[in-house]
Ligand binder design. Structure first.
Ligand code: 13P
Length: 339
C-alpha cells in the first residue's frame, strides 16, 4: 500500500472548499432521471449529458473530483478525449463507482446487501489504468419496524471494509458510503441512533480489515427526519445532530467527510452543509458528494436539447458554486436570488 499516494488523493478531494460531483448513476437510474424530463436514454444521450456537466466552464473551481459509472469512464468528449483525461487536465480527479448494486439480504429480505466483491481486485486495477484515483461503494440501510438488524449492518460493513482494503492495495482512495435512507415515518432521533450504530460497526470493520483511515473518505447521510415524519427537524437541528453523531463515531484520522444528498432538495442540501461548517472547526473537512442535489436543476434546464446546453451548464455551475460556499460556511439563501 502506498499510503502517501492515498493520503494525497483523499486530501485533494476535500481541499479548497471543493466537493465531488456524483455522476455515477447506473444505466437504470439515469434512465429514470432522463424519463422525468422527457429524454430517451441511449449510450449517446448519456454521453452527451455527462459531457455537458464535465465541460462546464469554471466548474473546477468548486469540483475536486467526479464519480463516474463504468460506461462513462470508457467514454470520450466530442473532441475524442477520454473523460478521465479531460477531467485530470482540469485538476479534477476521476473516480469510479465499483459496487454492483444491492440485492435482498438472504434471511432478511426487507434489507439490502451490496454486491460486487468477486473479481473486484482485477476491476480496480483496470480502473486505475483508465485514470481513476478514487472509488465508491454504497451500502444501503433501511429504517423500519425491527430493521436494520445487526446482521445487515455487520454484513454491509464487512463488504465496505473488504472493498476499501482492496482499493488501498491498488492505489485508489476508497469512498466508504453507508447510506441510512430517509424513507419512512421515523423521527430524527431514530435516524441519529441508526446512523450512530451503522458508523460504529463500519469503523470497527475498517479497523479489522487494516484500512488506513488517512487514505479514505467517508460519505454518510446527514441525520434528518424520515420523509413521512410529521415533525421535520430544522436546518440547525440537522446540523447539530449530524455533527454530534459524526464526532462520536468518526476518528480524526479521516481527512474528509463528503455527504450524499439522498433525496434532499438542492437548496436544502446546501443549507445543511453550510450550517455544519458554520458551527466551527470539526476534526475533518466537511464537504459534498452530491448526485441529485447538484444535477437536478441542470437536468431540468437541459431536457436533452443542444440549444439548452449553456442553460444546463449554468445551473450546474451555480449549484457547485453554492455548495463550495457552504464548505466555507459562507452560504446564505439570499445568494440564490442572484441566480
Ligand atoms: P445523491 O446525492 O443523489 O444521494 O447521490 C449521491 C450518491 O452517490 C449516492 O450513492
Amino acid at each position: 500500500m502506498n499510503l502517501n499516494e492515498l493520503k494525497a488523493t483523499a486530501e485533494r478531494m476535500v481541499a479548497g472548499h471543493r466537493g465531488l460531483l456524483a455522476a455515477d448513476e447506473s444505466t437504470g437510474t439515469i434512465e429514470k432521471r432522463f424519463k422525468a424530463v422527457g429524454v430517451a436514454s441511449s449510450e449517446e444521450t448519456r454521453r452527451a449529458y455527462r459531457e455537458m456537466l464535465f465541460t462546464t466552464p469554471g466548474m473546477e473551481k468548486f469540483i475536486s473530483g467526479v464519480i463516474m459509472y463504468d460506461e462513462t469512464i470508457r467514454q470520450k468528449t466530442r473532441d475524442n478525449v477520454a473523460f478521465s483525461e479531460f477531467l485530470a487536465k482540469l485538476g479534477v480527479i476521476p473516480g469510479i463507482k465499483v459496487d454492483k448494486g444491492t440485492k435482498p439480504l438472504a434471511n432478511s429480505p426487507d434489507e439490502k446487501i451490496t454486491e460486487g466483491l468477486d473479481g473486484l481486485r482485477e476491476r480496480l486495477q483496470e480502473y486505475y489504468k483508465l485514470g481513476a484515483r478514487f472509488a465508491k461503494w454504497r451500502a444501503v440501510i433501511n429504517i423500519g419496524t425491527d430493521i436494520p438488524t445487526h446482521y445487515c449492518l455487520r454484513a454491509n460493513a464487512q463488504a465496505l471494509a473488504r472493498y476499501a482494503a482492496l482499493c488501498q492495495e491498488t492505489g485508489l482512495a476508497p469512498i466508504v458510503e453507508p447510506e441510512v435512507l430517509m424513507d419512512g415515518a421515523h423521527d430524527v432521533e431514530r435516524c441519529a441512533a441508526v446512523t450512530r450504530t451503522t458508523l460504529k460497526i463500519v469503523f470497527d470493520e475498517l479497523y479489522m480489515h487494516r484500512v488506513a483511515l488517512e487514505g479514505m473518505i467517508l460519505k454518510p447521510n446527514m441525520v434528518v427526519s424520515g420523509i413521512q415524519c410529521p415533525r421535520q427537524a430544522g436546518i440547525e437541528e440537522v446540523a447539530h445532530e449530524t455533527l454530534r453523531v459524526l464526532k462520536e463515531c468518526v476518528p480524526a484520522a479521516v481527512p474528509g467527510i463528503m455527504f450524499l444528498s439522498g433525496g434532499q432538495s438542492a437548496e436544502l442540501a446546501t443549507a445543511h452543509l453550510n450550517a455544519m461548517n458554520a458551527l466551527g472547526p470539526a476534526p475533518w473537512k466537511l464537504s459534498f458528494s452530491y448526485g441529485r442535489a447538484l444535477q437536478a436543476p441542470s437536468l431540468v434546464a437541459w431536457k436533452g436539447q443542444v440549444a439548452n446546453l449553456a442553460a444546463g451548464q449554468q445551473a450546474f455551475f451555480w449549484r457547485s458554486r453554492m455548495n463550495s460556499a457552504a464548505c466555507a460556511g459562507a452560504y446564505t439563501p439570499r445568494m440564490e436570488k442572484a441566480a
